[in-house]
Design a protein around this ligand. Structure first.
Ligand SMILES: Cc1cc2nc3c(=O)[nH]c(=O)nc-3n(C[C@H](O)[C@H](O)[C@H](O)COP(=O)(O)OP(=O)(O)OC[C@H]3O[C@@H](n4cnc5c(N)ncnc54)[C@H](O)[C@@H]3O)c2cc1C
Length: 385
């Protein structure tokens, strides 16, 4: 793989994934989602497909895919069941933190195990009192001998139950000014003192585990300090955000696309007043808007992904894509539900799930309020008076 942004091998992988989704995923989605059941079998299949190493470099055992191909994969998977993408997305952001910032030993030990899915996990940043304002976190790592002792609570952590390893953001110097200079990141594996205290019940994003993690006198070796330096944690986790936002945008495109596809299909088979509802102008207006919104979301998403692949600064582009595509997912899901009438509200159809899943895209990887602020700040920075 990695033979250019959209090479033949990438197309072959996308084709394999599409077939897998139709054969092994789609038939089970309604049952697993409604039961909020973790898809163990699908996780094994995702390992075989190499998804846990999608963006990890080939020299570390990954597929080394471009952001563009990765976004296409995320969109496809999210069209079928958005939750599945969460199982490898936050895992890959953790892997990117290690790949970009880790010591040679950390990379050599962890990256091949992350790529194969032998060790899986995610990002442990958010705390009960700090989400958007990450610099307000309170989890504290205190030096002890050759290592550290960590105390604190992390909340809303994706893969928190079934994952075993997390990029853990802590304060090593709570009095530092500016605050980020006192923040560090550890590659933290579960063990004594590191426990799961709660599984969250959620509106949507079912199947994947979102948990609260508690650290009580959790002892960790100094070798687990990411990059071997204190004070660089915030930088390390923020470095993964551009790709993270492109990934959330792609998830938004997936939901917006699924909502549109279902609406296009249903509007042709449902009849009212002796004709298919797609022949009523009121429905056509909705379909026209939904399709345009999806196309615009895709263009923004793939524009940001290509800029990322060219190694250009793309925080504004990724922010625009994330903001627009997530709102497009919410709007298309709602319109699709309206087009489905009463059936859209039924658990026998997929549409109600799109409407439960879509709002998360407006919250994760920086809320949409923050995205617009980032876009505005970039605009000013790039266009000085
Ligand atoms: C299902 C799910 C999975 C998640 N997975 C993870 C995970 O794997 N790892 C992880 O670390 N976290 C995870 N999170 C947490 C997520 O990243 C946070 O919820 C998100 O960053 C928002 O933080 P908050 O909930 O504390 O909201 P707050 O920061 O309290 O924000 C509340 C509101 O205030 C607005 N706001 C805040 N500051 C400003 C400002 N300066 N200007 C304007 N508006 C502002 C926000 O936009 C929002 O509308 C997950 C959350 C959910 C729901």
């Amino acid at each position: 793989m990695g033979s250019g942004p959209e090479g033949a091998s990438d197309e072959a992988l996308l084709d394999t994934i599409e077939k897998w989704l139709e054969r092994d995923v789609r038939p089970h989605v309604l049952k697993l989602d409604h039961a909020d059941e973790y898809p163990f079998e699908m996780v094994e299949q995702m390992k075989e497909l190499g998804l846990f190493g999608a963006t990890i470099a080939p020299e570390h055992g990954g597929l080394g895919l471009s952001a563009t191909t990765y976004a296409k994969i995320v969109e496809k998977i999210s069209e079928t069941w958005m939750s599945l993408s969460g199982i490898f997305n936050s895992h890959l952001i953790m892997a990117a933190c290690v790949e970009r910032n880790g010591t040679a030993e950390q990379k050599a030990y962890y990256l091949p195990k992350f790529a194969s899915g032998e060790i899986r996990g995610g990002l442990a940043l958010t705390e009960p009192n700090a989400g958007t304002d990450l610099q307000a976190i309170r989890t504290r790592a205190v030096r002890s001998g050759n290592g550290y002792v960590i105390n604190g609570t992390k909340t809303w952590i994706s893969n928190g139950i079934h994952g075993t390893c997390f990029a853990l953001l802590v304060k090593t110097d709570p009095d530092a000014s500016p605050r980020h200079k006192g923040m560090s990141c550890f590659v933290a594996e579960k063990g004594p003192g590191f426990s799961v205290s709660k599984k969250f019940e959620k509106l949507g994003y079912k199947g994947i585990d979102s948990a609260e993690l508690v650290f009580e006198d959790y002892q960790i070796s100094g070798e687990q300090l990411l990059g071997g330096h204190e004070g660089r944690g915030m930088q390390a986790v923020l470095g993964g955000l551009e790709l993270g936002r492109i990934n959330v945008a792609a998830r938004g495109c997936g939901i917006a696309s699924a909502a549109l596809k279902d609406a296009v299909h249903y509007s042709q088979i449902r009849q009212t007043f002796s004709k298919p509802i797609c022949e009523h102008q009121a429905i056509q207006l909705k379909l026209g808007e939904m399709a345009t919104r999806l196309q615009a979301a895709r263009l923004l998403t793939y524009d940001a992904a290509r800029a990322y692949d060219r190694k250009e600064r793309c925080d504004m582009e990724a922010g625009m894509a994330k903001y627009f595509a997530s709102e497009a997912a919410v709007e298309n899901a709602m319109e699709s539900m309206r087009i489905h009438g009463g059936y859209g509200y039924s658990k026998e159809y997929h549409v109600e799930r799109y409407l439960r899943d879509a709002p998360l895209m407006c919250i994760g990887e920086g809320t949409n309020e923050i995205q617009r602020i980032i876009i505005a700040k970039q605009l000013i920075e790039r266009n000085p008076a």
